[in-house]
Write a protein that binds this ligand. Sequence first.
Ligand code: NAD
Length: 427
Amino acid sequence: MDNSGVYNKSREEILTVGKKYNIPQNKLEEFLQPDRIVEIKVPVKLGSETVSFKGYRSQHNNNLGPYKGGLRFHPGVTKDEVMALSLWMSLKTAVVGIPFGGGKGGIAVDPKALSEKQLEELSREYVRKTYDVLGYDKDVPAPDVNTNPKIIDWMVDEYIKLSMMNGKGSTPLNKLFATFTGKSKNGLSGRTEATGFGGVTVLKELARKLKLEPKKQTVAVMGFGNVGYYFAELASKAGFQIVAVSDSKGGIVKKSGDEFIPLDIPLVFDCKQEKGSLAGCYCAGGVCDTRGGQMITNEELLNLPVDILIPAALEDVINENNMQNIKAKIIIEMANGPVSPAAYHYLTQKGVIIVPDILANSGGVAGSYIEWEQNVEDKKYKKEDVLKRLEKMMQDAFENVWDQSKKNKTDLKEASYLVAINKILNQ
Ligand code: NAD
């Protein structure tokens, strides 16, 4: 995707909201500009050659606490992209009410073209080059696109080694661990499902406000990875009828005549694990068989006559080309930016309620905050306590945004921006 100018587009969007609500433009301009952007070369030995990849860390704003945000390894990573993503992190942490600011970083590299050893070297070199700007009380990275707990564990290990050499040795080990979240070692029980869990909490709150009975709501979920799978499983447990799911290769539905048959999500998951794809995993009511099962494309999934649509895979999947075909009355943006601004406007005008990503998927960063706190306080939290706390955080965040939208008679995206901007500028 061409991301050129994405930071400016994001900036304009926020400035427009600021103007509408008479937020002082100079204060807003000051906030929008990242505090610092670190640009580095990350050399890695590939065979007999050493190749340098471009790396970044954008520390956007720390009015509310240390910079917080993921690190992505992807050929499309640019300075502009990390600036925009770090701005969205500043807004997201504020919406969900955690004492963190916003940051984002990455390396412009295709990690799939590297061996495991080269990937480890790349990860460790990134930490060596950014060591001075990181810290549990300064800037706390996490996994993002193409990075995972294993990569984060290498980074923590390197960070601890450097700290021992560079005089931060007096910082207790637990606080050194707190410098990164999304770890497998000393990580948080419950972090894996945190984003999906947070999204389902938001959906339940919305259903309560709208007086919708979960068992009468049909739901289609695009994406069956970390976010999509847990969303589908937990929403199904909460009584919603998950009638379609998909991954990059396409999706499945099961029908009896015109009626959808709700899918048995854990069984669909097991079937996909076994077969490597969703094709044929028509599992419902404890059995998987082909009766009424149908493969659909991702585009067809988006157009299904369901009540609720959950884009949980990629950005910009609902856009000017397909917005007229959307039949759902509720969309929960579990991926980052799955509904383009034009489609958001069009669908909202038509009465569709769209929960924006900075609220809907903020359970991930809220979980990261709990992980950070657990490390800083040198404790070990139980999963049930983590999820209970996360639920309350998401309920409060939803309530604030909902109240703001009622007060200003506006949609949930604009309301989320207002909640975030007011917190950041008035702290
Ligand atoms: P993931 O890699 O675990 O899963 C992605 C899923 O999307 C996979 O099932 C994949 O098959 C599917 N997919 C890929 N291309 C597709 C296509 N063209 N059509 C349909 N499906 C496709 O990723 P994830 O962690 O679940 O993240 C999904 C989205 O949620 C991303 O936008 C991510 O930035 C966002 N997000 C994730 C978290 C988190 O905690 N994981 C937090 C906030 C936001």
